[in-house]
Design a protein around this ligand. Sequence first.
Ligand code: DP6
Length: 342
Amino acid sequence: MSTYTTAWKSPSNIALVKYWGKKPTEVQIPSNASISFTLKNCATSTTLTYQEQDALDISVRLEGKEEPNFIPKIEQFLKRISGLFPFVLTGKYTIDTSNSFPHSSGIASSASGMSALALCICDIAVEKGLLTEDKFKETASELARLGSGSASRSVYGPMGEWGKHVDFPGSSNTYAIPYPDVADVFLDYCDTILLVHKGQKTVSSTVGHGLIDDNPYAPARFAQAQENMTKLQGILSSGDLDGFINLVESEALTLHSLMMSSNPYFILMKPETLQVIEAIWAKREKDGVKWCFTLDAGANVHFLYPQADKAAAQAFIAGELAQYCENGAYIHDEVGIGAERL
Ligand code: DP6
């Protein structure tokens, strides 16, 4: 009976074209392709010790403290990935995990957390002779997807693409691929996460995805997302900042309009979310800056700007945007290189 120990640090990501909706009869298959910037600073570090034994036994520590609430989600994850690696259904798992961002920040840890765990499990699969290095990242992304769809993209930097799309050779609904065809300006693009509301979301992403099946706008949305993926390719390779702003903000507002047009309908934005958006638009109008926003499934705003504008944009954050953040809190981040073995 062998014991294996491994550790990975995997980042969060922020989608530019959003994944919102899954195929109802399949497991974690997206209704449209999506693409994201992989972040650098917001990450989960996970150490996994796996001991072979006949029974399944899981213990999880978050920031050094036992976290039994995570166990059901991990059990569900192991069941889902057992089709690829049957060994995962037995064994003693000791999982030590920590996030670089505060747990109560409202930043979803599922993308970073699930991808870190998936990468650890792939290391064990390699040790056991069940996986070869050439398929390592692809398989890790596939496992991560089964934990949380957006997690599939976190394996790769600077950008990850997930979902079958004719214009993305090698793309797949079951795993993400790296997306390298990016002009220099985007390789170190900045993302400051404005923590407008740090509380729990009223509706989880998983529930939100399910509501899209009955949304009358869904077919048009899925077609629009596929078109936006193609448009974004040109924008990313040419460094077209105006095109970027228009597409990325439209995607963010479309995501939230899908929530508002679901039934039951819901709103995850807070008044401060709109105040931040208006302040960014006013600044752009006044000074012609190329700064914009995107949103994930929550009230926080991701404020995006080029590295060259860092000093001015961060002065704008401290002077104008921080007032809309809970306790004035925000996190500076930027595009990163993807997951790293520790
Ligand atoms: C709005 O990946 O969190 O962030 O697959 O159910 O775990 P599950 O959902 P999740 O959904 C992310 C939705 C999003 C958009 C995106 O990241 O593409």
